[in-house]
Design a protein around this ligand. Structure first.
Ligand code: UDP
Length: 306
């Protein structure tokens, strides 16, 4: 809760029609984590609790190492003690600037270019080694670029301050919170000169977690530690995304071409075929549907603020 309020929890309750148990605690607090595991019967953990801003991680590396690694070590200790399955939120950032696209799970991990990326690689290794040593089961899902919101517009992204990511910046510009979107570079070696990414709808992404948890608790894993790319397999350029947003929502976006952003890779997209064959999961939502949902969410936030 250090980077959000209870809006999304309330949205979840409204969608479900009941209030799932919610415990507010710090996962870096070892005793509190032990107590949580001791007092509940937990089949599987989906560990999302981590800081995720690349730039901030460069400025505050120790804060990132302490929080992202410390909280996950506590989860692993407790999971080891209780035989709990562990699903870790990893990231396509572990591939860095890939030599070949699309990337498969066998593509090499490149040296991390930020403390944030380093924590994703290290946590993958913590899970791999714990599984090997303690007879546990774990899955790392490597997310590509998650975007969008729940179609109900009741849950979505709530970045504090100026957003770093493209889609919240687009929606905030469209609503008038930001004056102009900067497109970071149009001189990349890509068809239109802007970077290529694999934008994955947040609802599709959520469903991948359901499939992965099922695979663990139903004992369907081929190996006790598995990794899956969670993407669409479809490269989309920054310019294409901006144009699609304008078209599907019937508006014009104020944007300009700006210099490249330090640390951006030219192109990365997933080969998601392993997730399809093993998890029975495939992204199904179109970029247009996702961008319409992102816009509905921004409008919902604006209406709430009035
Ligand atoms: N981007 C942009 N303007 C922005 C934010 C992002 O042009 O205000 C570009 C960025 O250079 C990258 C793509 O959008 O090519 C996706 O960036 P984002 O930060 O959303 O995700 P990343 O791929 O860096 O994890």
């Amino acid at each position: 809760m250090s980077n959000c309020d209870d809006t999304n929890y309330k949205g979840v309750c409204a969608i479900l029609g009941f209030e799932p148990e919610f415990v507010k605690m710090d996962f870096c607090d070892t005793a509190a984590v032990e107590q949580l595991f001791d007092s509940h019967k937990i089949d599987a953990v989906i560990h999302f609790a981590a800081f995720k801003a690349v730039g901030e991680s460069v400025k505050e590396p120790l804060m990132y190492y302490k929080n992202n690694l410390g909280s996950f070590l506590n989860v692993l200790e407790a999971a080891k003690a209780h035989g709990t399955n562990v699903l870790f939120s990893s990231s396509a950032t572990v591939y860095g600037e890939p030599d070949e696209t699309p990337v498969t799970e066998k593509s090499p991990r490149k040296s991390a270019t930020s403390p944030y990326g380093n924590t994703k690689q290290m946590c993958e290794d913590f899970l791999r080694d714990s599984v090997a040593a303690y007879g546990m089961h774990g899955i790392a899902l490597r997310y590509f670029n998650p975007i969008g919101a729940h179609p109900s517009a009741l849950i979505g992204e709530l970045p504090r301050g100026v957003p770093n990511n493209l889609v919240p910046f687009i929606t905030q510009t469209a609503i008038g919170k930001r004056e102009c979107l900067s497109i970071f570079g149009n001189d990349y070696p890509t068809p239109d000169g802007t970077c290529l990414r694999d934008y994955i709808d947040i609802v599709d992404l959520a469903k991948a977690h359901v499939c992965a948890v099922r695979r663990m608790i139903d004992g369907l894993m081929d190996e006790p530690y598995e990794i899956f790319n969670i993407g669409t397999g479809r490269p989309v350029s920054v310019m294409e995304l901006v144009t699609a947003f304008e078209k599907v929502n019937g508006l014009k976006l104020n944007y300009r071409i700006a210099p490249r952003r330090a640390g951006d890779v030219t192109a990365v997209w997933a080969d998601p075929s392993l997730a399809e064959s093993k998890l029975g999961w495939k992204a199904s939502r179109t970029v247009e549907e996702t961008l319409a949902a992102a816009w509905a969410w921004e409008k919902h936030l604006a209406a709430k603020a009035q």
